[in-house]
Design a protein around this ligand. Sequence first.
Ligand SMILES: [Zn+2]
Length: 406
Amino acid sequence: MTFFFAFFLSVSGFLFTFATINTTSNMNLNLTSTINFDHIRNRALRKRVVDLCLATGKPVLKLSTRDYIEHDMSDLIDQFGSAGLVNIEVFNILQHTITGWPGGKPNADDSTRPERALPYPKRVVVFSPHPDDDVISMGGTIRRLVQQKHDVHIAYETSGNIAVGDEEVTRYMHFINGFNKLFADGADEVISRKYKEIKDFMKLKQVGDLDSRDVLTIKGLIRRGEARNACAYNHIPKSRIHFLDLPFYESGRIEKNPLCEADVRIVQRLLADVRPHQIFVAADLADPHGTHRVCTDAVLAAIDEERRIGANWLSDCRVWMYRGAWSEWEIENIEMCVPMSPEELREKRNAILRHQSQMESAPFLGNDERLFWQRAEDRNKATARLYDDLGLACYEAMEAFAEYRI
Ligand SMILES: [Zn+2]
C-alpha cells in the first residue's frame, strides 16, 4: 500500500493540488442518468422519416405521398404542404450534420454547420475512459482536429491496468532484465530483484487471483506507453497528454470503487487549466463494466463544479459525446458526423493498433470475436452506409457525435 501511494503521487501531480479547491458535500456524482436530447431540432420528425426510408428501402428525397399515406404519416404532409417539402426539410437536417471540420471551419458561414467557426484555433479536450477509447471511438476526428491546427489534449481517465494480460508483463520484464544484463552486466539490483519477485508471483498466480500492486503498476505503465505511442502517431505532443489515473478505478478488480469527490477534483483541475472550447466525452453507457459511465459522470460533475464557481470558459465551450466500440448513436440523435476516406480509416486503424496489449490476448474482450479496430471500422462503415442509403453523400466511414448541452 505504501508503494502504491508513492507511485501514485509521483505520477499524478493533480493529487497534490485538488485538495486546495474548496470542497462541497452535495456534489451530484450520477449525471449521465439525466442525459437527454430534447434540444435537438425536429428530432421526432427525423426519426419518423428515417424509419420510413428504412421501411420502404428508399432515400429521403424519393419518398412519395403514397409512402407517407400508406405508413400513417399523412399528418406530415398536412404540416409541411407536400411530401417533397417534408423530404427536403429532413434531407437538409441530415446534410447539415456532416462536416469535415469537427472544430468548426474558420472564415466560413457556420449558420448550418454543427460546430461554430470561432474561436479558431480551439482548445480541445478529448476524455478517454480507458487508454484506447480515444482512437477507437474518434480516431479519425482527432486526426482532423490536429491537422486543422487545433490544440488537442487527450485526457486518459483511468490506467486501464486490469485489462492487460499477464504475458505482456512477462514480455516487458524479460526485456528490461535482458537490457540490464546486456548494458549494465546485471548491475541494477532493483531490476534484478523486481524481475525475480514478479516472476515468482506470476508462477504462483492462480486464475481469479488479484494482481500485486507491482504487477498492476507495470500493466498501467504498458498502457501508458501504448497511449503515448498512439498520440505520437496522431501528432499530439507529450505536453498535451494527461494521465489522470482516477482513483475510483484503482480497486485492482473488475468491480470499481464508487466515483468520489477526489475523482471529480482531478478532472476539474485539468479543465480549469486548459479552459477548453470543445470537450469530447464517452457516452457509450453500456460498456461492460460501467467504467465509461463513471468517467463521463466525473467530467459532467467537474463541469458542474466549474459552473458553480463561475468559471467563464464555460460560456464558450461545447460538449460532444461519442460512443465507444459497442454501439452507435441513433440517427435522430446525431448532430455531427465526420467522414473518413479509405486512407483516413487506415490511419485510424494504425492508431488503434498501437495499443498492442489490447489485441487477442487482452482480458475482457467480451463475446465479440472482432478486435477493437474491426469493431470500430464495422461501426464507422455502417454509419456511412446509412447516410448513403438515405441518399446523402457516400463516404467510406463516418464518426458520429451528439451534443451534451451544458
Ligand atoms: Zn473503454
